[in-house]
Write a protein of this length. Structure first.
Length: 313
């Protein structure tokens, strides 16, 4: 049995990871300040004697003896990370330093949840890990993009300077149950709008693309990454290479929900990337043939079922 710390564990991805690692028989400490996450996401785990839920902010050091750390604490939706951008930077940078310091002291392995946003508005398509990106350092998304880039730098410097065993994953747009219905991301927005019969808000002309990964595929990739040899730190892309425009996504969701919601067009947010698709060759090679297995329609069906139930509560 390993003792595993998950920061941001009460969030969307973190809650799925808590469940998976508990199912494997581990001792899990879930640490969260509940900014965008919720106790509701992990309430069903509270009776498990191997599970501990701790209210804590990662910008303050945390002390525990652990074998592995998954550092996920950080708001992920543009609405929330732009709400208090200085706090977002502190969470990314100071939070990563605190967790890397903990990994250094305990000898734990640490996995850093980085993002496809490190590629910015990419001029290389699909995005490979060797591409350094096209990020605006002074725009409204910079608190998140540059915060995550700095966290990657810290990981590699703790590795070079202190021999910390780090693992960097670059997560591409991920969706599924336990997303916050009010967090402003496109999948949750469109599903909730469709279910309520509200207008579907397309930002810009809807021709921008994203590649959507179902959360179970991501969690599998994260666990495989943590299990790789110590000499492999990544970064490695984890995402689904099937690319869709936002108009195509809206049409799938309208079809699956049977909703008669209308499309309305709203201004495109500043620095919104035009296209995004991961090259997952490295993940496939290093993570025992890892590749996403859940098709968009199947993943959307499961996510719609979750939101239907949530809206009835
Ligand atoms: P989320 O907002 O649901 O989860 C983030 C969690 O971190 C929340 O529970 C929140 O309360 C917590 N948190 C935020 N600031 C904190 C702080 N200072 N101290 C302690 N806890 C804090 O988002 P998510 O989608 O589950 O994202 C998890 C991680 O994965 C994030 O680091 C995010 O940047 C990364 N990521 C997610 C996606 C995606 O598509 N979902 C894509 C790329 C990267
Ligand atoms: N988007 C949209 N309508 C919404 C929310 C988002 O058209 O109600 C667009 C957004 O402009 C972006 C894409 O959907 O082009 C993905 O947005 P999200 O916030 O989910 O993720 P990110 O931009 O970080 O990839």
């Amino acid at each position: 049995m390993k003792r595993i710390l998950i920061t941001g564990g009460a969030g969307f991805i973190g809650s799925h990871l808590c469940e998976r690692l508990l199912d494997e028989g581990n001792d899990v400490i879930c640490l969260d300040n509940y900014f965008t996450g919720s106790k509701d996401n992990v309430r069903h785990l509270l009776d498990n004697r191997n599970f501990e839920l701790v209210r804590h902010d990662v910008i303050t050091p945390y002390y525990a003896e652990v074998d592995e750390i998954y550092n996920l604490a950080c708001p992920a939706s543009p609405v929330h990370y732009q709400y208090n951008p200085i706090k977002t930077l502190k969470t990314s940078v100071v939070g990563a330093m605190n967790m890397l310091g903990l990994a250094k002291r305990t000898g734990a392995k640490i996995l850093q949840a980085s993002t496809s946003e490190v590629y910015g508005d990419p001029s290389v398509h699909p995005q490979v890990e060797s591409y350094w990106g096209n990020v605006n350092p002074i725009g409204v998304r910079s608190c998140y993009d540059e915060g995550k880039r700095c966290a990657e730098t810290l990981c590699m410097d703790y590795r070079r300077q202190n021999g910390v065993r780090v693992k960097i994953i670059r997560i591409f747009n991920t969706y599924g149950p336990n997303m916050n219905s009010a967090d402003g991301r496109v999948v949750s927005n469109f599903i909730v709008q469709a279910l309520k019969g509200d207008d579907i808000t397309i930002y810009g002309d809807g021709s921008q693309t994203r590649s959507f990964q179902y959360v179970d595929d991501l969690v599998e990739g994260m666990c495989r990454m943590m299990a790789t040899d110590d000499d492999f730190s990544g970064p490695v892309n984890l995402g689904n290479p099937h690319e869709f425009t936002m108009l195509e996504l809206a049409s799938e969701i309208l079809d699956l929900t049977g909703s008669s919601s209308k499309l309305v067009f709203r201004p495109l947010p500043s620095d919104d990337p035009k296209q995004r698709r991961p090259d997952i060759s490295l993940a496939h090679e290093k993570l025992n043939g890892w590749e996403p297995t859940v098709q968009l329609r199947d993943g959307l069906r499961r996510t719609i079922a979750y939101f239907e139930e949530l809206l009835q509560r």
